[in-house]
Design a protein around this ligand. Structure first.
Ligand code: CA
Length: 524
């Protein structure tokens, strides 16, 4: 197999990609995007014609996973092609070491023009990872939805508008002003649909007369899992106030301006008027239902789910529309053919499944990430990729596309081998997951989440909550929604033992420390 790979690599390098042959790379990225809110994915609850176009003209990846399903670790894993322990971004509070190897710097050194626009979020601003960068600043790197501040090497500026619109404008300006002699790498990284979800004004008014389908597991009682699983703080049930866009009306604020929540203070008067026009009637209805006692128990969860998912999809609608502007630019400027166009998100998201609205878990909804790639000439239109891929595979894929060698230290593997939709025998059979941003039993950390690690193959998933000496095991073929933990089922003991062996082998191969100390944190 090694010889086979060597010959392949040699053949690839000998094809000698000249500067003009090297493909451009346009990486469109969002934050917390659930697969069930992309039209192209099975079971989708909404329409996303522009994102779907990337899938229909290229490939949709049905088994694309994260190494650590939370914002900063995901971003670091993508840039370094490595698991969290190796790139130092264990959790959202970890300090970024910008001097380490990252694929955008490697492409830049090889003659690409490279740029980053939008959400960076790592603790430590970019230095020379990208040749140019303009990142959302403020709010711990989250940035604001309305009138956000952007930081670049020139300093910080505030720009009027919605972040989705501004990031698209900036991406299009970057493309228009680039050096046409060089291939490019542009990463346009959106904030949507991260909490607190505020749609673009033209989508704020949607879905008042529509109810989205509820996930089948909305009322999961979590009864076969370890007790701490139901103690985590991520229930839809607990969501309230401004995170659901429940806030005082325009009329109420006219008499009591001091009651204006900070997200409304950030808006211009015209933007606030748009918000009030859309949300004041919804909030009047909310107060009526609450007063009448109609939001108790399951009715309250159902109401919260609708408020949550409608804002979520409204944010996605804005994103999809702006992705359409980028697609049009590529079409109009002859760039569609020689550009690898990628859409992904830092992780998936639990949009009501198991009653939750969060990520972090190794459960499928947050462990998976959406991944769509259009690459004319290399990927046939309408390809479905079922191979197990992970976000650490993006860096080696881009390097190989640019005709560069993939450093041995990377954990990811170039995905070119699976882009035809077949799974070669040599392809990986299972994936390692690690999540460190939780706490230990006496110090439960963010969201009261436990740390965990696990392994998933084509059929089974084993999760170790090592601080609690607790395990979960799922047979995804018969239980794709992960409702029945079979760790104590004698029928599965052989498979469980095998998966425990695989977990240890993967940890050994990647040199993952056993039960590491809690990560060092810098701010949050
Ligand atoms: Ca995220």
């Amino acid at each position: 197999m090694k010889l086979f790979s060597y010959i392949l690599v040699l053949a690839f390098n000998l094809s000698a990609l000249s500067a003009e042959d090297r493909p451009n790379i346009l990486f469109l990225f969002s934050d917390d995007h659930a697969l069930r809110t992309i039209g192209a994915y099975e079971g989708s609850i909404n329409k996303t014609p522009n994102l779907d176009r990337i899938a229909s003209e290229g490939a949709i990846f049905n088994r694309s996973f994260n190494v650590n399903s939370i914002c900063c670790p995901s971003r670091a894993a993508i840039m370094t092609g490595k698991h969290s322990h190796a790139n130092g971004i264990w959790g959202n509070g970890s300090e970024w070491d910008g001097a380490q190897w990252v694929y955008p710097r490697a492409l830049g050194k090889a003659g690409y023009q490279t740029g980053l626009i939008g959400k960076w979020h790592l603790k430590g601003n970019p230095t020379d990872e990208f040749q140019s960068w303009e990142i959302l600043s403020g709010k711990g790197g989250q940035g604001s939805y309305f009138n956000p501040k952007f930081l670049s090497s020139e300093g910080e500026v505030q720009i009027e508008g919605h972040s989705t619109e501004i990031i698209t404008d900036k991406a299009l300006d970057w493309l228009k002003n680039r050096d046409g002699e060089k291939p490019f790498l542009l990463c346009a990284q959106y904030k949507v649909p991260h909490i607190h979800r505020i749609p673009t004004p033209d989508h704020m008014g949607a879905y008042d007369d529509y109810e989205f389908p509820e996930p089948n597991t909305l009322f999961d009682d979590l009864s076969t899992r370890s007790p701490f699983v139901s103690d985590t703080w991520m229930s839809l049930k607990g969501m309230k106030g401004s995170v659901l866009n429940i806030a005082p009306s325009k009329k109420e604020l006219a008499g009591n301006p001091e009651k204006m929540p900070s997200f409304l203070k950030e808006m211009t008067e015209a933007q606030r008027d748009d918000w009030h026009k859309a949300y004041d009637p919804r909030n009047r209805e909310y107060h009526r239902l609450e007063k009448a006692g109609l939001l108790e128990g399951q009715a309250g969860v159902r109401y919260t789910y609708q408020r949550f998912i409608k804002d979520y999809v409204r944010c996605i609608d804005g994103l999809d529309e702006h992705v359409g502007r980028i697609l049009k630019y590529l079409d109009d400027n002859g760039l569609a053919e020689n550009t690898i166009l990628v859409y992904s998100s830092d992780q998936g998201f639990l949009t009501g499944e198991h009653g939750w609205a969060e990520k972090r878990w190794m459960y499928e909804e947050s462990f998976r990430s959406p991944l769509l790639i259009r690459w004319p000439g290399t990927i046939s239109a309408g390809t479905k990729v079922e191979a197990l891929v992970q976000n650490i595979d993006l860096a080696p894929t881009f390097l190989q596309a640019a005709g560069l060698a993939v450093p041995n230290e990377l954990h990811g593997v170039a995905m070119q081998a699976v882009l035809a939709g077949d799974i070669p025998n040599e392809w990986r059979k299972d994936l390692l997951y690690t999540y460190y941003d939780g706490g230990i039993p006496k110090n439960r950390g963010a969201y009261n989440m436990p740390r965990h690690e696990g392994v998933r193959d084509d059929r089974y998933k084993l999760i170790s909550f090592y601080d609690h000496d607790a395990w979960e095991f799922y047979d995804l073929r018969v239980d794709p929604r992960e409702l029945s933990n079979r760790y104590d089922d004698p029928k599965y003991q052989t498979e469980i033992d095998r998966m425990k062996g695989r977990l240890q082998s993967l940890k050994t191969a990647y040199q993952v420390p056993t039960h590491p100390g809690l990560p060092k944190r810098k701010g949050h």
